[in-house]
Design a protein around this ligand. Sequence first.
Ligand SMILES: Cc1ncc(COP(=O)(O)O)c(C=O)c1O
Length: 450
Amino acid sequence: MQRLGYRVVDILVQHFAGMRDGPVGAKGAPDELMARLSRPPPETPTDPHALLAHLEKEVFPNNLHVDHPRFFAFVPGPGNFVSTMADTLAAGFNVFNGTWLGGSAAAAIELTVIDWFRRFCGFPETAGGLFVSGGSAANLTALHAARCARLGDRIEGATIYFSDQTHYSVERALRVVGFAREQFRKIPSDDRFRLPLESLREAIRADKNAGLRPFCVVANAGTTNTGAVDPLSGLADLCAAEGLWLHADGAYGAAAIICQRGREKLRGLERVDSLSLDPHKWLFQPFECGCVLARDAAHLKSAFQLMPEYMRDVHRNTAETNPADYGIQLSRGFRALKVWLSMNTFGLAAFRDAITRGFELAEFAERELRTRHNCEILSPAEMGIVAFRFGNDDALQTKLVDLMLRDRFAFLTSTTLKGVTALRLCTINPRTTEDDISQTIDRLEKFAAG
Ligand SMILES: Cc1ncc(COP(=O)(O)O)c(C=O)c1O
């Protein structure tokens, strides 16, 4: 055990320490990679050290390293070593974090960390929540709670409102919950990619006049495309006046509330009914670490708690909190441990500074891009994301993504903004340097010039 464990730690240390000097990773071709990696399980043992060598040679290099300082695509996943060790401990002890009976101290740590988040967000003491696999699961959990709280079992005629910039996991969650597409109102965003209050007000009025039942608005607290934050205070006023549930998808952006820059951008977040916040994005945790909060934790409990006979020992003491009563998982790992261990180890100020750096790096990238030949900014730096393009040819942007992937120095991805293909840099990795960004843009400029 020790020899294997020490070797694993050595591999991880090498990964963290040597990452910046290596490539951003690679994408293998399906046929070729499957031919190399797919084997039946052996009948007889294999030396685990030989297997580790195989993993080092064939498996780890053939993924993109989302924690690499020059990985700017989608939403990077800049983990940290302390949390990596926490995940190892949680797996090693195989902590069961579903019930108080099975994992009382784990539940206490989870409640503690959830309470930290509650305070960060300015929610009242009635608020609560739990750790889930990520933003998709958080949105699903919150929207099921919203449906139960406001509609019960009758969902026909209910309508839900969100902007055209909303992450697709919201639409998927609503479909899983049972809504039909015709119940969605996807409202065109304004010129800064935010949900326009007036359009929303009109859509709600039209639906009410048609005898429908507006029930929920999903706001963005940092969109995936451009980092846009919807007008949270205005939405909270509107939802309060109309009696609608307000959910904020802050899977990407809500963690920024712990720093001054984020707090200013996210004003009004404290008024939402539910919130998704992903520590595996801008709180530097390894996957899978999402979080859902509800302004009134009782809404989660009434939506999810069931009491089957074989759980009678679990539910005997009502002073005990069972995480499984608040979401869709019964057996669940000890996700809170990595947040607890890393926040205690580094201190909150380090997290605050690391998030602030994400804002500053995107602003640096924007300034740098503005000096480059044939480069147009399509969305200025916002919450750690800047969108731009070289030239005015959509195909060129896609080609640049492919060239960067082949080059392996850095990686970024494209999206569509108001019908135009855009490149975007998401700069939330605090280990990224200004030089990483300049050199990445140098390469883009060179490739764009042909
Ligand atoms: C705004 C937003 N919501 C939801 C999600 C989905 O999160 P996950 O991939 O953790 O399920 C993402 C992922 O990038 C996101 O950016």
